[in-house]
Ligand binder design. Sequence first.
Ligand SMILES: Cc1cc2nc3c(=O)[nH]c(=O)nc-3n(C[C@H](O)[C@H](O)[C@H](O)COP(=O)(O)OP(=O)(O)OC[C@H]3O[C@@H](n4cnc5c(N)ncnc54)[C@H](O)[C@@H]3O)c2cc1C
Length: 411
Amino acid sequence: MMIQNADIVIVGGGIWGLSAAYHLAQAGQKRVSVLERNPALAQETTPRAAGLVGQIRSNPTMMRAIQYALNLFSQFARQTGHDPGVHQTGSLMVALTPERLAAYEQQVEHARQNQVEASFVSHEEMARLVPALNTSQVVGGYFVPDDGYVDPKQCAQAYGEAATDLGVHIALGTRVTGIRISQGRVVGVETGDGLVEAGQVLIAAGPWSGMLAEKAGFAPAMQPIRHQRVCTVPLPGIPDHHPVVRVTDVSCYVRPEKGGYLYGFFEPHPTSIDLETLPADFTTGDLEPPTAVMAEAQKRLSPIFPILKELEIAEYHQGITTFAPDGSYLIGPVPGVADLFLATGCAALGIAGSAAIGHWLAQWMLEGHPGEDLTLFGLERFGDRASDRAWMRRASEDFYGHYYSIRPEAS
Ligand SMILES: Cc1cc2nc3c(=O)[nH]c(=O)nc-3n(C[C@H](O)[C@H](O)[C@H](O)COP(=O)(O)OP(=O)(O)OC[C@H]3O[C@@H](n4cnc5c(N)ncnc54)[C@H](O)[C@@H]3O)c2cc1C
């Protein structure tokens, strides 16, 4: 049923919009409406994700954000009655070179300084945790026991159901076509069914967020970039409590899924998606399976996970992530338009970050401040350079292509 007004309208029923809705309602704001163009929630980027929730990040804000997510996810079913599908199996970070091992030493140190438990493990322990790992190829590795993964779609739906229980209204099949602004202030959104008046609006439309923000006169510095992972046919004997394995030297990650293995790949030369050149009814499901890219992933992983050579790929999952040139989120109030907020630049970390993002945005919209210094996610942090779209695209693709590179700050 279409509504005509709400205190807060959220554009987008993916995991970010739904987490924001849940956190707003939890904080006492009940007149929230989520407008989603598809006939169901979480059908675009969110369900394609691998759902990894890893605490090893380059800055303390993100480390705390992921800790917040792990806490929330582990209590969510008990507190709300809706299960986000969390598996706290730990992460194993595998090094194939001495340079990587040296970078890992810094990461473990950094983790401990930020109250994240992480320790180096022996080859025997790695083989126990991940029996399919060919440890003869491995120089060393460390284990983060509290890390894990969630089922991304289930998690988004859990936020949505918990938000609905708290009074949030969700309108499916409702495409937002414009942002209505009057005297420098947002007053609502335009939809195929007419105007929905709102005191505040949050654009959380995944890769389409940039196009919507441009309708309000602001072009965020983010590039939609394809990311991909696959799921193999099942294989008997994969342990239930199998950790996520990040083989950063080959830019891949692996975890169990549906009785087989899921693996994903940050290819060095990524594919940008120019949504503005595609038809308005384009959806993520229209992306072709990137078979050559995933064949390369399998080739890179096979020396370390020989079993993957034997296992047919049962499912391809490709989606559109959004990257800022520095790989950090873009969230906050839209410059020049009062009461309009934007959340984009998920950097393939939007499932893990969803909880904190919802929390920060709820505080920002209700209290006028996110509760901590989020300058690093500021929408205007690139200054004039953001208007150089060629630079922005190059730098964002470069960040994606070097996602797991050894960086000075040991991310
Ligand atoms: C292959 C892959 C693996 C990934 N792995 C991980 C991972 O391991 N860990 C992790 O943290 N993250 C991961 N991610 C990233 C994660 O999927 C995203 O960060 C997250 O899903 C972003 O959620 P969102 O709500 O911003 O976007 P979306 O899920 O795309 O939701 C946006 C919603 O807005 C709606 N919408 C768009 N335009 C309009 C409009 N005009 N009107 C109304 N509604 C509109 C869309 O229909 C959609 O439902 C991965 C992504 C991919 C593709």
